[in-house]
Design a protein around this ligand. Structure first.
Ligand SMILES: NC(=O)c1ccc[n+]([C@@H]2O[C@H](COP(=O)([O-])OP(=O)(O)OC[C@H]3O[C@@H](n4cnc5c(N)ncnc54)[C@H](OP(=O)(O)O)[C@@H]3O)[C@@H](O)[C@H]2O)c1
Length: 273
């Protein structure tokens, strides 16, 4: 148990069946009375729920299989929360996905799914849960964004743009929430080993997304720094010193330099894939 973390009454984590979401659940298990897990794969959520109960026998774990890209499923889920009397005071909007490759060759259904998950679902859940947090005078919204939110990334054009939305949205509501007792934080990791890469790959791509292992941050560290950032009421967290340094360098560069640097990536021509 990490004693410096506050005890949350109820933490809702989206995308809890894998990667960072699963890690959030594991690290929050001893710091909450209730954890609500959401993702599509109910078998994974079930397994995680058992593990969490082992770690904290007093923990109340609820899990819901929801496709968050579907507005009706989101609305039904929000109604179910009310029926269960659940009132999260921590919302971890973590579920997200990417699509790797040139924009023009992307499949529209996958792009649309990404827009709905990374933007609509995150905004909808925040909108649904904030009023009760404000009413009770405490709570937190932790939106999982990305280092990609602060620079345009060829081959991740739509993904980076969705994350620019997440960071901007989080910063803006944070200002609106001043004085309410509710805080908002944008977590902006660099690359992390999770299922993200395999989901982002297109069917015709065999090779890995190019990336330097040096920049990868362990998911345990990403989540620990995010939770610490909540305690310290930080607006943004760039986990790991390498990513922190990269973010500082990016924010100092003029846009002309960003265009030059980002334009020199090894170009994948349609014939290469
Ligand atoms: N990994 C990285 O390098 C990296 C870097 C920066 C930011 N991020 C961000 O970190 C967050 C977590 O990603 P991750 O790396 O942990 O990826 P991940 O391992 O692929 O996990 C994604 C989670 O989202 C859930 N999800 C996907 N589609 C969903 C849907 N339609 N409805 C409900 N849940 C859905 C998945 O569960 P189901 O498949 O069971 O639904 C899974 O639990 C994302 O927002 C991502 O953009 C990741």
């Amino acid at each position: 148990m990490t004693e410096s973390y506050p005890l949350y009454r109820s933490a809702l984590i989206t995308g809890a069946s894998a990667g960072l979401g699963e890690e959030f659940a594991l690290q929050l298990a001893e710091n909450c009375h209730q954890i609500i897990l959401v993702a599509r794969r109910s078998d994974k959520l079930h397994e995680l729920a058992s593990e969490l109960r082992k770690r904290n026998p007093n923990l109340d774990v609820l899990h819901f299989a929801v496709d968050l890209t579907n507005q009706q499923e989101r609305e039904d889920f929000i109604t179910l929360l009310v029926e269960h009397g659940a009132q999260p005071d921590l919302l971890v909007n973590n579920a997200g996905m990417g699509d790797y490759g040139e924009f023009v060759q992307a499949e529209w259904p996958k792009l649309e799914q990404m827009l709905k998950l990374n933007i609509n679902a995150l905004t909808h859940l925040t909108h649904a849960l904030l009023p009760k947090m404000i009413e009770s005078g405490s709570g937190a919204i932790l939106n999982v964004s990305s280092l990609a939110s602060i620079l345009p990334i060829p081959d991740f054009a739509v993904y980076a743009a969705t994350k620019a939305y997440v960071t901007s949205f989080t910063e803006a509501i944070r200002m609106e929430l001043k004085g309410t007792g509710v805080n908002a934080l944008a977590l902006c990791p660099g690359p992390v080993h999770t299922e993200f890469g395999s989901v982002a790959m297109r069917d015709d791509q065999q090779n890995k997304i190019p990336g330097k292992e040096f920049f990868y941050t362990p998911k345990e560290q990403v989540v620990a720094e995010a939770l610490d950032g909540l305690v310290k009421d930080r607006a943004r967290v760039y986990p790991g010193w390498k990513i922190g340094l990269a973010a500082a360098a990016i924010s100092l560069l003029p846009v002309v330099a960003i265009r030059l640097i980002m334009g020199t990536r090894p170009r994948k021509l349609p014939t290469d894939v």
